[in-house]
Structure formats: structure tokens, C-alpha cells
Design a protein around this ligand. Structure first.
Ligand SMILES: Cc1ncc(COP(=O)(O)O)c(C=O)c1O
Length: 452
């Protein structure tokens, strides 16, 4: 018998076939929209990922409220992925809806600051520990700007990243050095010898030290836990070791809290006292409105002040964009920080995350499977191995498309929108205990279907 992570492959394929067929049959309106859309957009979508990240036909969304959204065929889904942790505040968080409504009626952007920017920078400083802030329109761009700043501060070109990371589809971190030279991870990125990132395994301080020794790394950039390859937690002392080694070898430390900002108040940067030189953020911070942000030390802020880019020529720092830090994204972020991502809300999400992980572990046990659940705050990872992953290589063994795709289609047919393949389910600020329990019932049903 051929098996997939302990599951009969034939049985899994049959479940998948039945669920795929049902998925298509029950969504005729999305199918018709996709046919029409293909005439005006590649793959019928306005952004390639909307087709590329699913192995089933794309459906069209109509409306969302709280942790649920509906599609064009009237199906209602409990969303356990929240647009890859971009909509963790829910689809219609009342404080954000109100702030955005008010702001857009009075002007969304001025190429001038509004008072909301002071409030947002102050609140972020209190949470993430860094005193000066800048804003962009995405986390990817926040990371690009953070790395440019580190280059200017250190006079070096390369970043150092950990295997299994994702910091956006950016040349700074998605082009890496190999023994054969620089190599891009996706098509279209310019491969540059000398500035390609160096990649080392997570949780391996020895490898990190060897990679820092040549003295050409401007910046070590990492998430506090890897969240784009399931979930990999740092071992005790690892992140403090990263900081110490980076500084000893003249590099800065940037912590990318784009996802993990939702997993602890102030992110693990605060919870674990990480003291980085730069923190980057995005996604949920805008409550659905585009935003990216990065916080820096006073020394880096001073560097920025000395090299401001003006419009009369000269060589300032290459940072900024016309709509960056616009009044609308500042108003939305203020509403998120003051009204949604409150300390009490984080406590609640943490309890939901514990319930989710415990429920998954219990279901796995009941089915006699050698799997685990891993967790950080509300975010949980399905680990399809007996031991939790220590690094990207371990974690990759749990990214099993046949199994994960079968699970997501099975769940979609039962009103649960499951995570994209490299994510895991997450309890959000909009979920309730009963939502978590609904998810767990469907997990149980799925394991019954594939493992009996
Ligand atoms: C850790 C991390 N950083 C940065 C990004 C880039 O975010 P965006 O695509 O919103 O720019 C992502 C996206 O998944 C991410 O997970």
C-alpha cells in the first residue's frame, strides 16, 4: 500500500476526487465569472496569486463580516486563514470601518502628515520598543526600505536570511548565494553577485556565525518564528544569540513581525525582549487597508534625517513612495491599535489558539496518527511528523500538497476556508470559541474520511 504521511494514498486520492467534483458542481456562478474574467485578466484574476495559490478553480468573493465571508454562489465560509494574516481583525472591524469612512470623506492622501501618524508611531513604539517609525504600503516594501537603510548604515550590500523564510518577493531576500553563484528563487528578479542574500538554517547559531564571518552582511532579517513554512519556533536562546552574533560581526538585526504581530501583544519582539535594530510590519496593521511600517533605533533615524530625499536633486536615501503613509492607512492603523489589537484581545486570541492546537492534537491522537500541532498565540501549524520542526528543512516535510489540498477542498465544501499550503489555521481577533470548535469538527470529519 502506498501511503502519504501514514495515510493510504488511494483513499486520499478518492476523497480528493469526490471533493473536487463537489466543489466545482456547487459553484456555477463563480465558474461563469471566471470564464468571463479570463477574457480580460491572465488566469481570470487581477493578481496572479488569486489563481496560483489554489489547486481548485478560483471562486469569487462577495462580502465578509467578522471571521466569515460569502462567495458568488452564496456559500458562507468560516475563514481560518484571514488572507494570510492580513485580515486578522476581521472583515469589518467596527473601529476601522468608522475611521476609514470618516477619513475618506475628508481626503485620503495629502503628501503631508496627519495627526494620526503621530498616534500610530507612538503606539507602535510602545508595543515594539523602537522609537522612530516610517510607513509604506506593504510589508514587502517595508522590508526593502529596512534593508536599504541597513546597507547605508553598514556600507555592506548583503542580507542574511534563514532557510524557510519569506519576506516578500523582493530581490533583497529572494535572490541567494550558492556555491555556483547567485540564484533567484522566482522568475524576473535581477540576480546580482555581491548582494545576493546568504541563507542559513534556523536554530543553528554555528552556521550563522560562519556566514557572518566574511564581514559582508548588512542585516540579518528574520521572523521571530518561521510562519511561511508551517510554523517553526525558535529554540531557547536562539534569537538572542542571533542578535549578539549579528552585532559582533557588524550587522544589524531586523525582525519581520508582519505575521507574528498578531501572535502576541507587541509581537514576540516585546514578549521575548528581542531588542532588534529594526522591526518591520504590514498586513493586519491596516485592518484591511494597505500599509507597511518599520521602526528603527534613534541612530538609524538620525541617518535618515541626514540623508532625506528632496526634489532638488542630490543623493538622499532611496526610501518612500507617493501614497506611502497616506492619511487613510494612518487612520486605519490607529483604529486597529486603539480599538482592535488591544492587550485583552491578544489574551483572548491566545486562549483560542490553545484550544485550536489542543483540539487538533486530540483529533490526531484519536486517529492514531504520528502527527503534531505547533502553536504561537492564535496561529497553529499542522505538523505531519512525530517531532516538531527545528528548521526549514524539517518543516518542508509537512508541506504535502496531496494531503493539504484534499483537506482544504474538503473543508471548503463544509463551509471552512482553510489555510494556504504553507500556512496553518489561525484563531483571529474576530473568531469565537464556537468558531474554533466548528473548525475542529471538520478536522475530525476529514481525518475520519482519510484515516477511518
Ligand atoms: C513575514 C512576511 N514578511 C513580509 C511579507 C510580505 O507581505 P506583503 O505581500 O503584504 O507585502 C509576508 C507575506 O506573506 C510575510 O509573511
Amino acid at each position: 500500500m502506498t501511503t502519504v504521511r501514514g495515510i493510504d494514498a488511494k483513499r486520499l486520492a478518492e476523497v480528493r476526487r469526490q471533493e473536487d467534483e463537489r466543489f466545482v458542481r456547487e459553484r456555477p456562478r463563480s465558474h461563469a465569472l471566471l470564464e468571463a474574467a479570463r477574457r480580460v485578466m491572465p488566469a481570470g484574476v487581477p493578481m496572479g496569486w488569486m489563481a496560483g495559490v489554489y489547486r481548485h478553480p478560483t471562486i469569487f468573493a462577495v462580502a465578509g463580516s467578522g471571521a466569515h465571508f460569502t462567495d458568488a454562489d452564496g456559500h458562507r465560509y468560516l475563514d481560518m486563514n484571514q488572507v494570510d494574516l492580513s485580515m486578522t481583525c476581521g472583515f469589518d472591524p467596527a473601529p476601522v470601518v468608522e475611521a476609514v469612512r470618516r477619513r475618506i470623506a475628508e481626503g485620503a492622501s495629502f503628501l503631508l502628515p496627519t495627526e494620526d501618524a503621530i498616534a500610530v508611531a507612538t503606539l507602535l513604539g510602545e508595543r515594539h520598543g523602537l522609537p522612530r517609525w516610517q510607513f509604506t504600503l506593504s510589508a514587502s516594501t517595508a522590508n526593502i526600505e529596512a534593508i536599504r537603510l541597513a546597507r547605508v548604515a553598514t556600507g555592506r550590500a548583503r542580507s542574511l536570511v534563514f532557510d524557510g523564510r519569506y519576506h516578500g518577493l523582493i530581490e533583497e531576500t529572494s535572490v541567494h548565494e550558492t556555491s555556483q553563484g547567485a540564484e533567484a528563487e522566482v522568475m524576473g528578479l535581477a540576480v546580482k553577485e555581491g548582494s545576493a542574500a546568504r541563507v542559513v538554517p534556523f536554530n543553528d547559531l554555528g552556521a550563522l556565525e560562519r556566514a557572518l564571518k566574511p564581514g559582508d552582511i548588512a542585516c540579518v532579517i528574520t521572523e521571530p518564528a518561521l510562519t511561511n513554512i508551517g510554523l517553526v519556533l525558535p529554540e531557547p536562546g536562539f534569537l538572542h544569540g542571533v542578535r549578539e552574533l549579528a552585532h559582533r560581526h557588524g550587522a544589524l538585526l531586523a525582525i519581520d513581525e508582519t505575521h507574528t504581530q498578531t501572535m502576541a501583544y507587541g509581537g514576540p519582539t516585546r514578549a521575548w525582549n528581542l531588542e532588534p535594530d529594526i522591526v518591520t510590519l504590514g498586513k493586519s496593521l491596516g485592518g484591511g487597508i494597505a500599509i507597511g511600517a518599520y521602526g528603527v533605533t534613534p541612530r538609524l533615524a538620525e541617518l535618515m534625517e541626514r540623508h532625506l530625499l528632496g526634489d532638488t536633486g542630490g543623493h538622499g536615501l532611496g526610501l518612500g513612495g507617493t501614497l506611502h503613509a497616506n492619511a487613510l492607512s494612518m487612520a486605519a492603523a490607529r483604529a486597529v491599535l486603539e480599538g482592535v489589537m488591544t492587550p485583552a484581545a491578544f489574551d483572548r486570541v491566545d486562549r483560542l489558539g490553545a484550544r485550536l492546537a489542543a483540539g487538533i492534537e486530540a483529533a490526531i491522537k484519536r486517529h492514531g496518527l504520528p502527527w503534531r500541532a505547533t502553536r504561537l498565540g492564535g496561529r497553529v501549524g499542522h505538523c505531519l511528523e512525530p517531532d516538531l520542526p527545528r528548521n526549514g528543512e524539517d518543516a518542508r516535510r509537512s508541506i504535502v500538497p496531496d494531503l493539504i489540498d484534499a483537506r482544504r477542498v474538503f473543508m471548503a465544501n463544509r463551509g471552512v476556508w482553510e489555510a494556504i499550503i504553507t500556512a496553518g489555521p489561525a484563531a483571529s481577533f474576530a473568531h469565537t470559541e464556537s468558531d474554533v470548535d466548528t473548525y475542529l469538527v471538520v478536522v475530525e470529519d476529514f481525518l475520519d474520511a482519510i484515516a477511518g
